[in-house]
Design a protein around this ligand. Structure first.
Ligand SMILES: C[S@@+](CC[C@H](N)C(=O)[O-])C[C@H]1O[C@@H](n2cnc3c(N)ncnc32)[C@H](O)[C@@H]1O
Length: 298
C-alpha cells in the first residue's frame, strides 16, 4: 500500500510532468483526481494534518492550498530532473508512459499532418516518425504507397502503438514501430520495408521524416545532434517536416521552447527551406506552433 509520502510523490510526479504540456487547469485537475483516489486508500495512515485535512475532503476533487503550493514548488525541480535524467542517457520517458503521465497524447493524428496528407504533400515511400508516442500519426501516414515507421525509446509506448495499428487494421506492409533510440538505431533494427527503396535498392535513408513534439522533448544541448541525425536519415532530395511546438523563449522544459530561426540555424547546412508557415493545430496549441518543410540538399 502507498504511504502518504509516496502518494504525494506520485501526485507531484504526475502534476509536474503533465503541467508543461497542458493548460494549468487540466494539470491541476489531473493531480486532483490522483490525489482523491490516493487519499481514499491512505486515510487511516495519515498523521500529518495537511494530509488528514485533504483526506477528509477525499470525496471532492478540490486540492488544498498547502498541497498545491508544494506541487507548484516542485514543478521546476521535477522538470529539471526529467531533463537531467534524459541528458544522462536514462529512459525517463518509459517511466512516464508506465505511469500514464502522457498529457501530450491527443489520441489522434496531428491536424497539420492530416492536412498535408490530404493535400498530397507528404512523399510516398518510407516515412520515419521519431518519438512517435501513441502512433496515431503512423495510422494517418500508412498507405499502399507509403510505409510509415515509428521509433520510440519507450517499450510501453511501442506496445501501445502496436495496439493502435492493430485496432485501425493497418497492414504490416504499411506501417511498423520499433523500440529504439532515434540517435543510435541502425539499419538492422528496421523492418525490411523500411530499408528498401521503390526501385528495390537497399537503403537506410528515408524519403521523409515527420517530427512533432520530439525535438522539443530533447535537452536543448542535443539540438545539433538532432539536426545531424536528420541529415543522416533523410535521403538527398527527401523531405523533413517539422511541426514546430512550442513556439516561445521559455527556458524550462520539456517541452523546451523552439523558434523558426532556431530550426533554420540547425538545418541550413543540410536542408533547403521550402516553407515555414501557420498551420492547423490542436485547440490548446493554436498560435503556438508553425509548420516547417525542408528539402535535403543533394
Ligand atoms: C512529448 S512525446 C511526443 C509523442 C508524439 N510525437 C506526440 O506528438 O504525441 C515525446 C516522445 O519521444 C519519445 N522519445 C524521447 N526520447 C527519445 C529518443 N531518444 N528516441 C526515440 N524516442 C524518444 C518519448 O518516449 C515520447 O513518446
Amino acid at each position: 500500500m502507498m504511504t502518504n509520502r509516496t502518494m504525494l510523490a506520485a501526485v507531484q510526479r504526475v502534476a509536474a510532468i503533465a503541467r508543461p504540456f497542458q493548460r494549468p487547469a487540466l494539470a491541476v485537475a489531473a493531480a486532483s483526481r490522483k490525489m482523491t483516489l490516493a487519499s481514499a486508500s491512505t486515510i487511516s495512515l495519515s498523521n500529518s494534518s495537511s494530509i488528514a485535512k485533504d483526506s477528509a475532503t477525499a470525496s471532492t476533487t478540490k486540492i488544498s492550498p498547502d498541497i498545491q503550493a508544494r506541487l507548484d514548488m516542485d514543478k521546476k525541480t521535477m522538470q529539471s530532473v526529467i531533463a537531467e535524467s534524459t541528458a544522462k542517457g536514462e529512459n525517463a520517458w518509459e517511466q512516464m508512459w508506465q505511469e500514464g503521465a502522457t498529457p501530450w497524447d491527443k489520441g489522434t493524428a496531428s491536424p497539420a499532418l492530416v492536412k498535408l496528407i490530404n493535400e498530397d504533400r507528404i512523399p510516398e515511400g518510407r516515412v520515419l516518425v521519431p518519438g512517435c508516442g501513441g502512433g496515431y500519426d503512423l495510422v494517418a501516414l500508412a498507405s499502399p504507397t507509403r510505409f510509415a515507421v515509428g521509433v520510440d525509446i519507450s517499450p510501453t509506448a511501442v506496445a501501445k502503438v502496436r495496439e493502435t495499428l492493430s485496432k485501425h487494421q493497418v497492414p504490416g506492409n504499411q506501417a511498423a514501430v520499433i523500440a529504439a533510440d532515434f540517435f543510435t538505431f541502425t539499419e538492422s533494427d528496421l523492418p525490411a520495408h523500411a530499408t528498401t527503396s521503390a526501385d528495390g535498392t537497399a537503403t537506410p535513408q528515408f524519403d521523409a521524416i515527420f517530427d512533432y513534439t520530439f525535438k522539443c522533448a530533447l535537452p536543448p544541448a542535443w539540438r545539433p545532434r538532432w539536426a545531424a541525425r536528420m541529415a543522416e536519415l533523410v535521403r538527398p532530395g527527401g523531405t523533413l517536416v517539422t511541426l514546430m511546438y512550442p513556439l516561445g523563449d521559455h527556458l524550462d522544459g520539456p517541452p523546451f521552447a523552439v523558434t523558426p530561426d532556431g530550426y533554420r540555424e540547425l538545418l541550413c547546412d543540410a536542408f533547403d527551406e521550402i516553407e515555414v508557415s501557420d498551420c492547423e493545430s490542436f485547440p490548446a496549441r493554436v498560435g503556438r506552433e508553425k509548420l516547417g518543410v525542408w528539402k535535403r540538399k543533394a
